[in-house]
Design a protein around this ligand. Structure first.
Ligand SMILES: *Cc1c(COP(=O)(O)O)cnc(C)c1O
Length: 221
């Protein structure tokens, strides 16, 4: 694992050194992987972990509560899971419905702000989540009215069938969109994009958060 992680960090450094203001965080996607693997990655310097399946993740978060880990929810959000997500995660990458935003906001514990990325669907793939590009600005404004949510940027999950050329196009469009919606007075708009197969393309296009599972932990069952 150490070698895998070092290689990922080296590639990211190599690509992003051209662009001095680019900081790229690695989110280790630990779905279907046991706590022992998470601890191993954590000891190798990874602080951010992404989980997709709530039941599985709650168990891990409980068991690992004494570790220095920042948890990111990157799965599909069901309405009846909002309370657990709001209470247990620091970040949510997959917000794409106002009803869910309202519910998350309601359950954020006192004194906490839940960091939010809006999932945007840039390739109009009907099989996956995400709001349309033209809806992003108004949706963001609605999210910003909810005082326990802290809007931080957008997340992109391209179609599994996209080839390298299409991925490059989508990720560059995402970067333009992020730039468009981050007014100068506001803090930087995070851009969560890139997975094991395409994180280099994503970082070249300006990603600030890559979500890497198999590249760190190996194949999933
Ligand atoms: C599983 C998953 C990843 C990681 O995928 P790998 O190909 O294993 O790197 C990233 N993002 C989301 C939303 C995922 O569901």
């Amino acid at each position: 694992m150490k070698e895998k992680i070092t290689k990922i960090f080296d590639s990211i450094d190599e690509i992003s050194k051209e662009n001095k203001s680019q900081k790229v965080q690695v989110i280790a996607v630990s779905k279907k992987k046991p706590c022992s693997e998470i601890i191993k990655a954590n000891k190798l310097g990874i602080e951010n972990f992404g989980e997709n399946y709530l039941q599985e993740s709650l168990e891990k978060i409980k068991n690992l509560k004494n570790e220095k880990i920042i948890w990111h929810f990157i799965g599909k959000i069901q309405s009846n899971k909002c309370k657990d997500i709001a209470e247990n995660f620091a970040w949510v990458h997959t917000l794409d419905r106002l009803k869910i935003a309202v519910k998350l906001n309601k359950y954020v514990p006192v004194g906490k702000k839940l960091k939010i990325l809006i999932q945007v669907n840039l390739d109009d793939d009907v099989n996956k989540g995400g709001i349309k590009r033209e809806e992003v600005v108004s949706f963001k404004q609605e999210v910003q009215k909810l005082s326990n949510l802290d809007f931080n940027g957008i997340m992109i999950m391209p179609s599994v069938n996209a080839d390298d050329g299409e991925l490059k196009f989508i990720y560059e469009e995402a970067w333009k969109l992020a730039k468009e919606i981050s007014e100068p007075s506001e803090k930087k708009c995070e851009l969560s994009m890139g997975m094991t197969r395409d994180f280099k393309i994503a970082v070249e296009a300006g990603s600030s958060m890559v979500r890497i599972g198999t590249g760190i932990f190996g194949e999933r069952e």
